[in-house]
Design a protein around this ligand. Structure first.
Ligand code: GLN
Length: 581
């Protein structure tokens, strides 16, 4: 039997950047998946970097890592969280990567003396990559990064224009996401930017059949009809996507607007009604204001850049769903901790209240490391639930070495290259690395869990697979000494050469992992480590409330939000990180 051809949905954006094209793309995928279709998504990034792996978090936000070790755009994280499909290196490519391939072909002589040009050589390479990623899927969503009108995205637009004649009109659909601003003084929504954006993209030969209008407030029919008239789409193909309380509500909103129905009609596909139950439940849980709140301090360096910890904050939301609680994250600058007393700094970041748990996320470089070590020490000594991720494991190991194992000079080679007591050192495989990009230990590796350990209990199995992104590791020369001092290496590479998980006994919850579990957490399948960590935070909160009540000081029990305390600048209510902006 001949397989059905893949249908392509191309998503472009206009008016301004950061309007949530990635989320919209992911939600379209979720809706089509809910209709029983097999969907994947590809992100095209117009910049020249070969991948985002070498870009600063200030420039790019989180680098999302796939199982096969690709360092990708954070939109792939959205795709994985909304779609059942796992992403791979096929699902994200940049102009730099396309040019790299074409130039390598040219050097090999593949073009037989021809002049190598944007059309057809660059556009052909873009299309080749798209078709490869789409193989075996009913639907391939293609999100073009940047905003229509950018010079650098032109080859991508040209390639997706050509795709229509390559694979057929019936197999392609163009969706344009725009912003419809509201001018407060005129009390009016303005459609002109959308009109201009449609005019611009039509000029490239791409005619969108669906326009998704982002707006702060819901648009009325009059505005939708106006956009329909001026932009040449049916009124029911003007889809409104107003700001939502949680991103997990978005599939439901878009379905309510008829988006998935329009898509299957336009692509001439027959499917059943979408099964949206899981999304209804997740959205209801995340927006339930009666839930208890657990407060987690995230101690890191890029606290102003919450986009750098995107998967992490989402994973915490997922575990909130699993624990039926709201997870509030307070971001604490680790550099500030170097000078301030930890307890004082944590309370200052949380409106004077102690946090329920501490998390140290992945990171790079010496800056702020002493503050993180102080936070890990505080968590260990004061029995506050603690989760160290990647650099967080390394920090916790250094802290334990210094203050429990008696290795006062313990540090990481990353912080002090010539240290005589590097309990964390460069991995052998990293010693000969000369080129920065794509050269860390990347992607999924197996890990064996020790019988009787907390990790084994949490995962409920003996072997796991988790994704990595690091160059340094626990130095095996110190493993015995650390173990004797009470540190458990509860997860290791199957050949036992690499420490993957540490934990300590006599503590309610103290775990460090060398990998990034956040990359595998989805709202439908929250990650067990985060779920267990948040549960420990809740237990700690309840215990401290009981203690406080026994002590008679009822005023300070309960979280700030339960007592109506408003958020300050350092503190970010989880709901605000959920709001699309
Ligand atoms: N900087 C550390 C390393 O390279 C940790 C990396 C991380 O946290 N992703 O090993």
């Amino acid at each position: 039997m001949q397989s059905r051809p893949t249908k392509y949905i191309f998503v472009t954006g206009g008016v301004v950047s950061s309007i949530g094209k990635g989320l919209t793309t992911a939600c379209i995928g979720a809706l089509l998946e809910a209709r029983g279709l097999k969907a994947t998504a590809v992100k095209l990034d117009p910049y020249i970097n070969v991948d985002p792996g070498t870009m600063s978090p200030f420039q790019h936000g989180e680098v999302f890592v796939t199982d096969d070790g690709a360092e990708t755009d954070l939109d792939l994280g959205h795709y994985e969280r909304f779609l059942g499909t796992r992403m791979s290196k096929l699902n994200n490519f940049t102009s730099g990567k396309v040019y790299e391939t074409v130039i390598a072909n040219e050097r090999r002589g593949d073009y037989l003396g021809g002049t190598v040009q944007v059309i057809p050589h660059i556009t052909d390479e873009i299309k080749r990559r798209l078709k490869l990623a789409a193989e075996g899927f009913d639907i391939c969503l293609v999100e073009v990064g940047g905003t229509v009108g950018d010079i650098e995205s032109l080859p991508f637009l040209e390639a997706i224009r050509q795709m229509r004649s390559d694979v057929g009109v019936q197999n392609t659909l163009y969706v344009h996401v725009t912003l419809v601003p509201h001018i407060a003084t005129a009390h009016e929504f303005k459609t002109k930017p959308t009109q201009h954006s449609i005019k611009e993209i039509t000029g490239y030969g791409i005619v969108p059949s669906i326009i998704i209008c982002r707006s702060e407030q819901p648009l009325d029919e009059k505005i939708k009809n106006k956009i329909s008239l001026f932009c040449n789409v049916s009124p029911n193909c003007v889809i409104n996507a107003p700001d939502v309380k949680t991103i997990y509500e978005l599939p439901l909103h878009l379905n309510n607007e008829g988006l998935d129905q329009r898509i299957v009609e336009l692509l001439n596909m027959w499917t059943g009604a979408p099964k949206l139950d899981p999304w209804t439940k997740i959205a209801a849980s995340v927006t339930d204001t009666s839930r208890k709140t657990v407060t987690i301090a995230m101690v890191g360096k890029y606290v102003d850049l919450t986009e750098s910890y995107k998967s992490l904050s989402e994973a915490l939301i997922h575990s909130g769903v699993a624990n039926n609680c709201k997870v509030k994250i307070v971001y604490v600058d680790s550099e500030g901790l170097e000078t301030a007393e930890v307890e004082h700094a944590l309370k200052a970041a949380n409106n004077g209240e102690m946090v329920d748990a501490i998390l140290i996320p992945g990171g790079f470089g010496v800056r702020g490391s002493e503050g993180k070590i102080a936070a890990a020490r505080f968590a260990r000594e004061r029995k506050v639930p603690f989760f160290g991720i990647c650099l967080g494991l390394q920090i916790a190991t250094i802290e334990y070495a210094r203050h429990v194992a008696g290795l006062k000079e313990a540090t990481s080679e990353e912080f002090e290259p010539n240290s005589s007591c590097a309990v964390i050192h460069i991995m052998d495989s990293q010693k000969k690395v000369e080129q920065k990009g794509g050269s860390m230990r990347l992607g999924a590796y197996p890990c064996s869990l020790k019988t009787g350990s907390k990790a084994r209990e949490i995962y409920g199995k003996a072997q796991i697979s988790e994704r990595h992104r690091h160059r340094f590791e626990v130095n095996n020369a110190y493993r015995d000494q650390l173990e004797k001092a009470g540190l458990t290496f509860s997860g290791t590479s199957p050949d036992d050469t690499l420490a993957e998980i540490i934990e300590i006994k006599d503590h309610p919850w103290f775990v460090g992992v060398q990998f990034h579990p956040e990359f595998q957490s989805t709202p439908k399948i929250p990650h067990p480590l985060f779920t267990s960590f948040v549960a420990a935070g809740l237990a700690a909160k309840e215990k401290s409330a009981v203690t406080v009540e026994k002590g008679g000081d009822k005023k300070s029990s309960g979280s700030p939000s339960q007592r109506g305390v408003t958020a300050n600048a350092v503190q970010q209510e989880l709901t605000s990180s959920l709001t699309r902006n």
